[in-house]
Design a protein around this ligand. Structure first.
Ligand SMILES: *Cc1c(COP(=O)(O)O)cnc(C)c1O
Length: 402
């Protein structure tokens, strides 16, 4: 059976050219970038060239790029590193209710260590309000951490406005840009971003490699101690193959950015418009316009996201959902709940995340099989009556295993 991958927000396939260069730096050019012999110097050169490519992707300078093991480490280093280094100035951090767990659980941890965290609410589209941000600031606020684009619903935050405000108030601004970096244009200088997290496997580089941009002059301390790697900020032998892969993926992403954004957005808009007009009792989640090029997120009333995913999988289509049963936790997506969805509606959500490897034929096939699956699942649902009004029900009535 033909298989279709619609889950690029979870991870992407590694670009073939990227994989080739990663392999080269595992086998022929395997040196430790800290060694002084020619093997080491060869690896060092590759690391520094990659730093330039990653910097160019987001408008930074190379000495502002620090390689990490990925998005989770980048978020931890940015938030804990700034929090601990600026503790004398204040102990207040502002973030949002819809952040990735790499940010939310880092903030939980800091709360146990004497920091105060404000979680900004979002509107029905998953957007923070600048008024709320302005009202949340105190004379103890040292950091604002708001994601660039949401991984579930794709909403792009008013990053430029947040950056301008943070700069005016002398507060550091960190953004988790793991979904946006390499998939959407970013300019850290124009947007006044002080720290930005990116991760390779969300834009066609391998898993386990990422980078943190730290504007020159930001006060930060390390959270992992050891050797003097990455200018004493991030100890540990450099993942040279991963770094080379991240560099090449960044270079390709920069060159292909406009083409990819245009082509992927068209596929996204086709899905959104066809599903909205052909499938009743359907709600688009996320902002209608300000969303990632590849993100589609719908709630289909009267069904469980998990059943929908399993049925799509039987047709060879890999997608994802914010439903409890798939994420392995009892609660539906914290993002959808923060946007005001009820548990029932949040449970029937489906996320399609497109990549540049997807084709219009794949989209057409999906649009052909989706209505049949939804009709069949709804026909089995005790909630889907003639009047098709949503009745209150056990939010997880079809889930047996958690
Ligand atoms: C995937 C993701 C992360 C985690 O990145 P890893 O490299 O998988 O650790 C963090 N934030 C967002 C928004 C993500 O989508």
């Amino acid at each position: 059976m033909k298989r279709i991958y619609f889950d690029h927000s979870a991870t992407t396939p590694v670009d073939k050219n990227v994989a080739t260069s990663v392999l080269e730096y595992m086998t022929d050019k395997f040196g430790n970038a800290s060694s002084i012999h020619s093997f080491g110097r060869e690896a060092r050169r590759a690391v520094e060239e990659s730093r330039e490519k990653v910097a160019a992707l987001i408008g930074a300078t190379p000495n502002e790029i620090f390689f990490t093991s990925g998005g989770t480490e980048g978020d931890n280093l940015a938030i804990k590193g700034v929090a601990f280094a600026n503790r004398k100035k204040g102990n207040h951090i502002i973030t949002s209710a819809i952040e990735h767990h790499a940010v939310l659980h880092t903030c939980d941890y800091l709360e146990k260590h004497g920091f105060q965290i404000t979680y900004l609410p979002v509107d029905e589209y998953g957007m923070i309000r600048l008024e709320d941000l302005k009202n949340a600031v105190t004379d103890k606020t040292i950091l604002i951490s708001i994601m660039f684009a949401n991984n579930e619903v794709g909403t792009i935050q008013p990053v430029k406005e947040i950056g301008a405000f943070a700069k005016e108030r002398g507060i550091y601004f960190h953004t988790d840009a793991v979904q946006a970096a390499g998939n959407y244009p970013i300019d850290v200088k124009a947007d006044n971003i002080d720290l930005l997290t990116m991760s390779g496997h969300k834009f066609y580089a391998p898993k386990g490699i990422g980078a943190l941009y730290i504007r020159r002059g930001v006060r930060i301390e390390s959270i992992q101690h050891g050797g003097a790697h990455e200018r004493n900020l991030r100890a540990g032998t450099e993942n040279v193959p991963g770094i080379v892969g991240l560099g090449l993926a960044s270079e390709i992403a920069k060159n292909e950015m406009n083409n990819r954004v245009e082509r992927i957005s068209k596929l996204r808009d086709k899905i959104i418009s066809e599903v909205s007009s052909n499938i009743p009792h359907t709600k688009l989640n996320g902002h209608p316009k300000l969303r990632l090029p590849g993100n589609v997120n719908f709630s289909f009333l009267y069904l469980e996201g998990e059943s929908l995913l399993l049925n799509l999988d039987m047709k060879g289509i890999g997608a994802s959902s914010g439903s409890a049963c798939t994420s392995g936790s009892l609660d539906p997506s914290h993002v959808l709940l923060a946007m005001g969805l009820t548990h029932e509606v949040a449970h029937g959500s489906l996320r399609i995340s497109l990549g540049h490897d997807n084709t219009e034929e794949e989209v057409d096939y999906f649009l052909e099989v989706l209505p049949e699956i939804i009709d069949r699942l709804r026909a089995m649902s005790p909630l889907y009556g003639e009047s098709a009004e949503l009745k209150p029900a056990n939010p997880c009535s079809n889930c047996h295993v958690h």
